[in-house]
Design a protein around this ligand. Structure first.
Ligand code: NAI
Length: 742
């Protein structure tokens, strides 16, 4: 504990460090090894007099006299770039920024002149913004930074004659709060202090009797600690004065729900609830906007009293929202969620969201309302229950204090009784089946049954969510009603489909109703610790089941009876999904992973198909002798065509080179030289550079030529690799169309 906290190798910028508090910060950091840029414009306390280099230079001299390292900078904080550049030019990096520069232009509000308002804002708020803005890319790039904002008790509590200054200082605090969130992922911490100290700025404002208590040196160690690499605090506000420091946080009364049902409250409702609105007996201290908003929504639904007794009044030592709750009461409630109305367009949009493509003619029926077999993918069945999920949790768990940011979708199960219509109005009833105590969290099992307009049961859906941090409430840990995930057989998969997702996949899927910004907003995703917005788990789920349908049901939705999957790792849009499948009787086990990272994103998955499902469309057996390839005979036919029909050669005038593979190895090479005279087919490589090189497996080549495999689909799914002039691939029909029967 006695180890000195040092800043060796760190570079700090302290703005307004030519005197007062800033000078003390600079001296202390330098005395502990930091290299410091001492910034100060050198003007008067009101920002009126012209600048001078003296203030900054004096402090730099003091630091150097003590053996420290420092340079001066005389720019205004409004020239943030130049200040940061001084750090980079002098020391090569920037680790610490203290936004300390400040001026005062006190006037009562009546006399406040707009230039006085603006000038104070320009130095405090705009200046802090501009220097931080310049520092941010350096800190982000090095994944490290410590930023200190300087606010004031005048902002926190207000101060007569300081409307301009109070407003600017609270602006600085708000800026710091958001930067702490945006910087978290990059090791950038940002805190705010409201110091009090004697300085030229406070001349005449603080009583002389307390001068010795309020030396700026008393504040500096606290500021320095927040700037040390060992301090992990971020997004907090502290008051510091006289060798004392304390944290300041927001306190909110439990408040009052003002509306009855969905009615807009009246002004009188506000008046009549005033005592409750302002009663701090059961106050709360929220630490983020999401908590604050979900609290307001929960309270407005009239659930306040029960919850407060759990959180604040209960003798229970557990912080789980289920502690002290009669869970049986929750199980007895059924909620019928708002009818789910959808049209053909929604069915199509969903299919696009799970990667269905018009390039595969077999999938067109999911994408075109004019198709004779137009139908809805079976995984669409997740939508009616998911849409009702949040309102349901709020209603069924009205006496439980749930923070929705902590809810994770863990598993999904579907049972399909009838094919889903392509449009209609569905109703869904949801019930909580069980709540399990898993210590690190609670597992909430919700069962949903969806009916069509004729009240016929269409599907059953089981949604398993994990509520982080809600365990240890003394509940059951063993599941009774969960449809469990199933491990695949212990053998190599029978069949595998790889499919590259689109970069816009999440942007499309969200239009089916899950508008969580995590899937579209990079900054929001960064707060959750993701490098970019992630794909919806249910989109990956839909892709995987589509792969199973491709291989085992010939895309017939009526053959899909049950589906299960557990979400394990996120997928990024643009990544390639690899669905491995094993067939055992009527069950197709599947597991989905990301080719680029190897991460497994869905585990324990299975699709139960109606008996009579297709046998897997696996590639021809590897035991086929490579000396006799199925494609050989096609190439011979191509050779005959080009030799006997010179117009083919004239039309294409190119050198085609094919590499035919088996089990991933190139086993045959063919060149069709249409530039030669006469045009020629030969086994082996071309003499010069080919215009196009096509790599494809023997079986896929046969399928391609016979029309079973779509060329574009094969290309996009990696079965067909093309180098060179891609247009020539599209013209290949001229060589392969209507070849004599093999
Ligand atoms: P100070 O007046 O001694 O220091 C402020 C420094 O900022 C001065 O050296 C000044 O030349 C410099 N400066 C002003 N405008 C600048 C600009 N545009 N660019 C670069 N430098 C500029 O005042 P003090 O008391 O040390 O204040 C430091 C910070 O602490 C200020 O942000 C102030 O608002 C804040 N603060 C101070 C309190 C106190 O009790 N002293 C109370 C609450 C907040």
């Amino acid at each position: 504990m006695n180890k000195l906290l040092r800043f060796d190798g760190r570079v700090a910028v302290v703005t307004g460090a030519g005197g007062g508090l800033g000078r003390c910060y600079a001296l202390l950091l330098a005395s502990r090894g930091a290299s410091v840029v001492v910034n100060d414009l050198g003007g008067d306390p009101h920002g009126s007099a012209p600048g001078s280099t003296r203030l900054a230079d004096n402090v730099v001299q003091e630091i150097r006299n003590q053996g420290g390292s420092a340079v001066s900078n005389y720019d205004s904080v409004e020239d943030g770039e130049k200040i940061v550049q001084t750090a980079i030019d002098s020391f090569g990096r920037l680790d610490i920024l203290i936004n300390n520069a400040g001026i005062l232009r006190d006037r009562s509000f009546l006399k406040m002149a707009t230039p006085d308002w603006d000038m104070v804002h320009r130095v405090h708020l705009r200046g802090s913004y501009l220097v931080t803005k310049a520092a941010w890319p350096h800190m982000r790039k090095q994944n490290y930074g410590r930023i200190l904002m300087v606010a004031s008790t005048s902002g926190i509590y207000g101060n007569f004659g300081q409307s301009n200054y109070s407003a600017a200082k609270m602006g600085v605090f708000g800026l710091g709060n958001t930067l702490s969130l945006e910087g978290a992922k990059y090791g950038i911490n940002c805190n705010t202090i409201a110091p009090t100290a004697i300085s030229r700025m406070t001349e005449g404002l603080l009583p002389t009797a307390v001068e010795k208590d309020l030396k700026p040196e008393f504040v500096a160690p606290f500021a320095a600690y927040l700037c040390h690499e060992s301090c992990q605090e971020t997004g907090k506000l502290f008051e510091v004065a006289s060798g004392w420091a304390g944290r300041v946080r927001w306190e909110k009364s439990a408040g009052a729900g003002l509306k009855k049902g969905d009615e807009i409250p009246s002004i009188e409702d506000v008046r009549d609830n005033w005592a409750k609105i302002t009663d701090f007996t059961n106050s709360v201290h929220h630490t983020n906007s999401a908590e604050a908003t979900s609290f307001a929504i929960e309270k407005s639904r009239g659930t306040d009293d029960a919850k407060l007794s759990i959180n604040y009044g209960s003798a229970s030592t557990s912080s789980s929202p289920f502690a002290g709750i009669d869970i049986q009461k929750i199980f007895s409630r059924t909620v019928t969620v708002k009818p789910f109305q959808y049209t053909d367009r929604d069915s199509i949009l969903y299919a696009l969201g799970v990667g269905a493509k018009v390039s595969d003619p077999a999938q067109l029926k999911f994408l075109y309302e004019g198709h004779s077999d137009f139908c809805t993918l079976p995984t669409f069945a997740v939508l009616p229950s998911m849409e009702g999920m949040l309102p349901m949790v709020q209603e069924v768990m009205k006496d439980v204090d749930i923070h929705y940011a902590n809810l994770l979708h863990g598993e999904q199960y579907l049972e399909l009784y009838k094919p889903l219509p392509t449009s209609g109005t569905l109703t869904t009833e949801i019930k909580i089946a069980e709540i399990l105590d898993k210590r690190t969290g609670a597992v909430i099992v919700a069962n949903a049954t969806t009916y069509n307009e004729a009240k016929e049961r269409l599907c059953f859906s089981q949604i398993i969510t994990f509520l982080k941090g809600a365990g240890r409430f003394g509940g059951e840990s063993k599941a009774k009603f969960i449809k469990p995930p199933m491990s695949p057989p212990r053998r190599a998969p029978d069949v595998v489909v790889e499919e590259k997702t689109s970069l816009d996949q999440a942007a499309i899927y969200r239009l089916s109703g899950d508008y969580n910004p995590l899937h579209i907003d990079a900054d929001f995703a960064a707060v959750g610790g993701f490098a970019q917005p992630i794909l919806h788990g249910l989109s990956t789920f839909g892709h995987s089941v589509r792969h199973v349908m491709e291989k085992f049901t010939n895309y017939d939705p009526s053959k899909v009876k049950c589906i299960k999957g557990r979400f394990s790792r996120p997928v990024l849009p643009g990544h390639t999904l690899r669905t491995e499948m094993w067939k055992a009787d009527n069950r197709v086990f599947f597991q989905t992973s990301v080719v680029e990272t190897g991460d497994v994103s869905i585990t324990g998955g299975y699709v139960d198909i109606e008996s009579g499902g297709e046998e897997p469309q696996v590639a021809p057996s590897p035991s086929v002798q490579t000396s006799e390839l199925s494609s050989d005979v096609i190439f011979e036919a191509i050779g005959n065509r080009v030799r006997s029909n010179p117009s083919v050669a004239r039309q294409l005038s190119a050198v085609y080179f094919w590499k035919i593979t088996k089990d991933g190895n190139v086993v045959r090479e063919w060149t069709v030289d249409l530039k030669a005279s006469p045009p020629a087919l030969k086994r082996g490589t071309p003499d010069g550079k080919p215009d196009i090189t096509l790599t494809i497996s023997d079986g896929d080549f046969v399928d391609l030529v016979s029309g079973k495999l779509n060329g574009q689909k094969a290309f996009f799914e990696g079965q067909l690799k093309i180098q060179g002039n891609v247009m020539l691939a599209q013209k290949m029909d001229v060589l392969t169309k209507d070849l004599p029967k093999l």
